[in-house]
Design a protein around this ligand. Sequence first.
Ligand SMILES: NC(=O)c1ccc[n+]([C@@H]2O[C@H](COP(=O)([O-])OP(=O)(O)OC[C@H]3O[C@@H](n4cnc5c(N)ncnc54)[C@H](O)[C@@H]3O)[C@@H](O)[C@H]2O)c1
Length: 432
Amino acid sequence: MKLCMIGTGYVGLVSGVCFADLGNDVICVDKDHDKITKLKKGIIPIYEPGLEELVKKNYKSKRLSFTSNISEAIKKSNIIFICVGTPTKKNSNAADLSQIFNVANEISKNIKSFKIIINKSTVPVTTGDDVEKIISKKVSKNLFSVVSNPEFLREGEAIRDFIYPDRIVIGTSNKKTNRVLKSLYTPLISKGAKYINTSRRGAELIKYASNAFLATKISFINEIANLCEKTNVNVEHISIGMGLDKRIGGRFLRAGPAYGGSCFPKDTRAIVDTGSKFKTNLSIIKTVIKSNKDRSKLLLNRVKKMLKNKIRNKKICFLGVTFKANTDDMRESSSLTMIPYLAKKNAKVFYYDPSGFKKEFKKFKNVFNASSIKDACKDSDLIIIHTEWNDFKLLNFKNLNKKKNFIIYDMRNILPNEKFKKGKVKYFRIGS
Ligand SMILES: NC(=O)c1ccc[n+]([C@@H]2O[C@H](COP(=O)([O-])OP(=O)(O)OC[C@H]3O[C@@H](n4cnc5c(N)ncnc54)[C@H](O)[C@@H]3O)[C@@H](O)[C@H]2O)c1
């Protein structure tokens, strides 16, 4: 099939290259010319394991191409995926849908034959209706069909998630469109993915409800971890004990820092906003947002306590700053709250992240990017394991830090607890 992905970010690029690998002709479009030029040269703008090889293979075989010419891409394709960003609006909790509506306008100018237009971006329920209205101002309704097909991939495991999804959700009441999309996804269905056809609004809401529920699970176990710390119970045991119950499930039930990333924070805010638009109080999700906001403050209070309130001139090392491992994505990472706070209190903060330098900390003169784990850790008063990269799991901290009395705050519970029982290194975890 002939597809085009409008928006070549995490979702557009990963799903585009995977569709190409399944044998489709895919054009990835982006208005960011620099991104397109780089992609044509085989330079991948994001850190995502396995992506570079797959892009190069499919670009070489000419099943995958890159362009900034949106009209050409639309004209050449039968199926158009909208994969642009839906960030939070400034001064509001609502999703900013301007990128979606701009693309809808572009599409409406370029339809000459029947097109299936798929919204893969995460959008509030009823956005598909608005997209349809915009396009139908210029195009007859029998020349297009607007579908919702939310994406559930996780950064860091995006290719695997795309190829082996738990489910594929298609929101359309058009039988012919549904048949075409079922056949597009047949290679994934035959590998075990469940195919769900629902209404367009239903598909839009499935995505938001899923993200809000996962955010709730994380916040729930984080609060249970707080109670564990007061009662001398290990939260890891609680996660296992709860997670083995099939009605609960163990995933997203690991205590740690506040959840971050490009999805949960903005999507929880947006669904609450949608709730109020439709006069529905989503009180549980509101509480989750508040709990998550308070989480970074709570962990910082613990840091202050560990350092006996003396932060000035302390050398604090952050291992990992991204919101999760195996991605370079910094969007709403809790390190963006913690590092500036400590920097403002005049700590010297060194960070090391396997995905490299972060422009977000450039403006702080006492925050430094270390080029190795060793450089980051050396002479630290406090080492904070912020992100669960594999690179940090087997480190011998006593060899990395010449200081004798230093503290480790393992915010991901990735080091074996017993290791630090004896000796001068003080080791703190979450929820025990
Ligand atoms: N990142 C994830 O893990 C993830 C997972 C599932 C769903 N989503 C959802 O998918 C959507 C996209 O997320 P993302 O992380 O890929 O975003 P992103 O910011 O990485 O990429 C969006 C891209 O769209 C491009 N763009 C914007 N307007 C354009 C236009 N008019 N024409 C061409 N290109 C345009 C931007 O330049 C950018 O490269 C969001 O709604 C997000 O919530 C993201």
